[in-house]
Design a protein around this ligand. Structure first.
Ligand code: SF4
Ligand SMILES: [Zn+2]
Ligand SMILES: [Zn+2]
Length: 301
């Protein structure tokens, strides 16, 4: 197998692009794909400060690495979720990366700052762990970005993630979620802009990128993810992709080109109904936001 660019020995094939790459040209390919996504969807403008949501996993660390290499002012933001050893370990990968790259890592800690961890919050709110966790993460990312004066929050969702979420939303015709499934959500109504610069890269590519670049990341899945519906959707899509490479890409980008605009008015109308939370000021459709309710329920427990 030879590198499509330089004819040297290739280390990875990317069937979707019908290409093979050596280590050097693969890293370049990843940077180019991120650069193209940023440009194509107008994600980050020159001089803007980016806050990268870092979990200690391959995607977010690869994203941070690429943004730094592309010359962006990108700081990391890590949240301790209190998920036992998984959180301890993932935090140390995020810190080690920041130290190695001389980059700034901002941290928040759910148990330390708010008195509950994801397992407790999930029980207290009678929500699935990933629901309580996702809600907390979104709230804390938004807040950290606004408090820290960042222009944009970047997350490491890759093509596999976005295709799986889209698949789930289409299966249920969750039109409100479909309206928000764009790789850029504009700032406004009390939210910072949110972008997903890895949408042109797959999960396997991100793992390979980390290996090639010598980035250590947490390999284990979060123990709370078991039974998570998205994992099942990913498996289904992987089977389809193995039969016909490029399907995930066509599914996701076809949606963005041809259908996503049909659902945005509903999502925008929902935003207009938001007002500041009585307790923390975050935008919410109710008097008190879902995160403050979660904090209160967890404290009662
Ligand atoms: S798998 Fe669920 S609980 Fe674990 S970090 Fe992800 S969203 Fe949170
Ligand atoms: Zn090459
Ligand atoms: Zn609140």
């Amino acid at each position: 197998m030879k590198c499509t660019v330089c004819r040297g020995p290739a280390v990875i094939d990317v069937r979707r692009h019908n290409a093979n790459f050596c280590a050097e040209h693969f890293a370049k390919h990843c940077r180019e794909q991120v650069g193209r996504a940023i440009h194509q969807f107008d994600m980050v403008h020159p001089g803007e400060r980016v806050l990268v949501a870092v979990s200690g996993g391959k995607d977010s660390l690869a994203l941070w690495d690429i943004l730094l290499d592309l010359g962006y002012h990108a700081d990391g933001f890590y949240i301790g979720l209190g998920i036992g050893e998984y959180s301890d370990e993932s935090g140390s990968y995020a810190r080690a990366f920041a130290e190695r790259r001389g980059a700034t890592l901002v941290e928040a800690d759910l148990p330390g700052d708010f008195g509950f961890d994801v397992p407790t919050g999930s029980l207290a709110a009678r929500r699935a762990p990933c629901s309580a966790c996702g809600l907390s993460k979104r709230h804390l990312f938004d807040r950290a970005a606004i408090d820290g004066g960042y222009d944009v929050v970047a997350t490491g969702h890759n093509l596999d993630d976005e295709a799986a979420v889209l698949f789930g939303n289409v299966l249920r015709w969750s039109t409100d979620y479909l309206g928000r499934q764009h790789p850029v959500l504009p700032e406004g109504h009390g939210f910072p802009r949110k972008v997903k610069p890895l949408v042109r890269l797959g999960e396997r590519e991100m793992a390979a990128y980390c290996v090639i670049r010598g980035i250590d990341y947490i390999v284990e899945e979060c123990p709370m993810a078991a039974g998570n519906r998205h994992l099942g959707y990913k498996e289904v899509l992987n089977e389809v992709e193995a039969q016909s490479p490029g399907t995930k890409n066509a599914f996701y980008f076809g949606f963005l080109e041809r259908a996503s605009h049909l659902f945005t008015p509903e999502a925008e109308a929902e935003q207009l109904e938001l007002r500041p939370c009585e307790r923390c000021g975050a935008p919410t459709p109710n008097d008190v936001c879902a995160f403050c309710m979660l904090v209160e329920r967890a404290a009662r427990r």
